[in-house]
Design a protein around this ligand. Structure first.
Ligand code: SF4
Length: 213
């Protein structure tokens, strides 16, 4: 496990290695971000960004999505994969927003998680990116890195979120989230981590265990 001081140093090094770390999804409103985050499950942000310009040009508001036939939405988002479930979740969430939140995406994690099809990870991303809240959303990259670096020893996202939110100061949560995602995408990749290029290797448990004499 890592101390708060080690976590701070790790974040500084990650931010040095990834000065542009931020949400890579394109969106114009909190609702569009919510749609993009749902589409990004099991899909790359790049692919989502190829799909959403046309979709958001034709349909933009929760009211429009709530009234959209599911088959119509499926045609727009087909290439993102799992299009049937994603379309159902997006339309259900849009209906919830219209019926229970007067057409405005709620701004707390607890309320976001009451929307159909919105889990903890999606709620954390929307809360942090759209509303500037402090949160660490645990996706596949964050979970993998939290284990490799040594913040946690668990395959459960909730354990990783608890460990990371303890290790990092609340004001650093969103920065840590984006820095870890960028590091997972571009350096500490799932199959072939580039440890030789990694700015945090001296703090990484996996690197230490692989390089024991
Ligand atoms: S040293 Fe290697 S395993 Fe550890 S964080 Fe860096 S790239 Fe990943």
């Amino acid at each position: 496990m890592k101390t708060a001081a080690q976590a701070k140093t790790i974040l500084e090094q990650l931010e040095r290695q990834h000065p542009d770390a931020q949400c890579e999804l394109d969106f114009g409103t909190p609702f569009q971000l919510l749609v993009a985050v749902i589409l990004s499950a099991q899909c790359t942000d790049k692919r989502v960004n190829e799909v959403t310009p046309k979709l958001f040009a034709d349909y933009s508001t929760p009211e429009q999505f709530a009234a959209m036939p599911q088959e119509t939405l499926e045609r727009y988002i087909f290439s993102c994969g799992f299009y049937h479930n994603k379309a159902a979740h997006i339309i259900s969430a849009a209906k919830d927003i219209v019926e229970r939140f007067r057409g405005e995406v709620p701004s707390t994690i607890e309320e976001l998680m009451t929307l159909a099809g919105v889990g903890r990870k999606t709620a954390n991303v929307v809360y942090a990116v759209a509303f500037g809240g402090n949160a660490i959303a645990v996706d596949t990259h964050v979970l993998r890195l939290a284990n490799r670096i040594g913040f946690v020893d668990s395959d459960r996202p909730v354990d990783a979120e608890n460990a990371l939110t303890k290790a990092f100061a609340p004001e650093d949560w969103s920065a840590a989230h984006h820095a870890l995602i960028f590091h997972g995408r571009y350096v500490c990749t799932a199959r072939a981590p580039k440890c030789g290029e990694c700015f945090i290797r001296e703090y990484c448990d996996m690197y230490a265990s692989l390089n024991k004499r």
